[in-house]
Design a protein around this ligand. Sequence first.
Ligand code: FE2
Length: 312
Amino acid sequence: MTELHRTLPASWYRSQGLYQLERRASWYLLGPITRFREVGAKVEYEIAQRPLVAFRCSGDDPSPGPEEIQVQCAETKRFLRHHVTPTGLVFAALGDEAPDFYEYFPDLEPLLEKVNFTKLPYRHSIKYEGRFNWKTMVDGYQECLHCQYTHPSFSVFYPLTSYAVHNHQNFSQHMTDPEKPDDGLFLYFFPNCTLNVYGGGMSSFRVCPTSDPNVTRMEFDYYHMESGEKFTQYYKFVRQVAMEDYELCEKAQDNLVRGIYSEGILNPDKENGVSFYQGRVFELVCEQYATDQGCRQREKELLLARKDIRQL
Ligand SMILES: [Fe+2]
């Protein structure tokens, strides 16, 4: 029998020390290129607690070209690497440590081909804080066992009996009905971004850690082909689903903080999305810990060497 995956321990959802280890250079989704239509209009982001801005630097075509987009660290003004996919999604890398885009997401672009993001107009953004760890929200996004009960309105459009998650390198694809692979596009990008195309529109949210491991800032961007009443209806529907998840996460975090839950086994089929991303968190935390320990060891050796030199 294959070994069953275990959840991360509950303490990882409260610990300040581990929380600091989770921040690391990755590729982050900023949004469709239509978000940066106006030259010079800076769009602000805060990713892994670092402020950055993205903007269009030149051009007058309705849709900016990849070379017309710039991403900059808001504090140091240093330009950051970015990548625009052929159908118009913009990603940015925070640090030089991040690998090449295609190394990080080797099989992402073929999946994005079915949506022309260059034609999807930006409509609205919203952000607010929630009393939960960022992983509490990602846990909920990466499985759908809760959906039938928590999201009755969503379940009408997407009956969740055949729900499946396909894990790829650094991202997961959610299939509401594997028989209809072209019905909607739901993606989770490790570690904290999602993209949800359905109902004529698209929402993308970022789960942003704050200085408190028990508080997360949720940032949502909404895009839709239509404005006016059609967008209003879509927005009302997606906000309802988002608030249902929000309440669930606050209640789950209360239980984690009170110690009601400590650790468990993940369903290898229904929770394969959770075990995929928790496995990545575990690997990265272990790598970072080993690096930090290695640095401390080298510092100690250096200090001893300096002491020896002085005694000569
Ligand atoms: Fe949900």
